[in-house]
Design a protein around this ligand. Structure first.
Ligand code: 13P
Length: 254
């Protein structure tokens, strides 16, 4: 059985007080309302991680992730945060290669492969993001783009290592646009990604890898997406900034 994960990526939103309020509400609502087995991840800005860690310590339904980490272990890299630091502050997951990092911070696949290594070396589970732009989809290049992102970012890993990676398919044209990929479009890509893993490693390994969908996930479309055979959860942006909508998305996963 693959692990089902619903992650709330806050991006650069919420001051400390707002963030703590949001986490407390989510934690209380999950205790009262959610009996399912999915893991819900809070992915706040770095600076809130330690405080969130303390707040969720008594709730086994909630876990903690970071939005990024350095590709280096430690040293003279002013402004950077290492995977080891994140681990020591209570994180167990880290998002690597979000399309906003790829676009605005020029992170390429080779760079991201190093970040994957840094995360695994510190026993963090990387959530490796991939996805095509609108222009790439219109030119029907999406399969080629995804194949390149997955192979260059992940295929240096051993069979043992790849089993500790989560993949998130986030079509760039669906992020923050209100335009969700249809369930059929998302399922097609998830099955394609799982096929790539099966070809490179084995079918057994591919069947165990969690693949999340991200891009305008809301309470209204979550249940349909989660019913698809290869969609194992969601990476949620905007709808994770409100307790009611985030918890309703989690509840859509039985
Ligand atoms: P939205 O849910 O706001 O479209 O953002 C998706 C995302 O980028 C999550 O990482």
């Amino acid at each position: 059985m693959r692990k089902k994960i619903i992650a709330g990526n806050w991006k650069m939103n919420k001051n400390l007080e707002e963030g703590m309020g949001l986490v407390s509400e989510i934690s209380n609502m999950l205790k009262d309302e959610y009996q399912g087995s999915a893991l819900a991840l809070i992915i706040p800005p770095f600076i809130h991680i330690n405080a969130v860690s303390k707040l969720i310590a008594d709730n086994s339904k909630l876990g903690l992730g970071a939005q990024n980490c350095s590709n280096h272990q430690s040293g003279a890299f002013t402004g950077e945060v290492s995977a080891e630091m994140l681990k020591s502050c209570g994180c167990t997951y880290v998002v690597i290669g979000h399309s906003e990092r790829r676009e605005y911070f020029n992170e390429n696949n080779a760079w991201l492969a190093q970040k994957i290594n840094a995360a695994l070396a510190s026993h963090l589970t990387p959530i490796y993001c991939c996805g095509e732009t609108l222009a790439e989809r219109e030119k029907e290049e999406h399969f080629t783009v995804l194949q390149k992102q997955i192979s260059e970012g992940l295929f240096h890993l051993s069979a043992a290592q790849i089993q500790h990676v989560v993949i998130a398919y986030e079509p760039v044209w669906a992020i923050g646009t209100g335009k969700t990929a249809s369930t059929a479009q998302a399922q097609e890509i998830h099955a394609f990604i799982r096929g790539l893993i099966a070809q490179k490693y084995s079918d057994a390994i591919a069947q165990e890898i969690t693949i999340q969908y991200g891009g305008s996930v809301k309470p209204e479309n979550a249940a349909e997406l989660f019913a698809a055979a290869d969609i194992d959860g969601a990476l949620v942006g905007g709808a994770a900034l409100q307790s009611r909508s985030f918890v309703d998305i989690i509840k859509a996963m039985a």
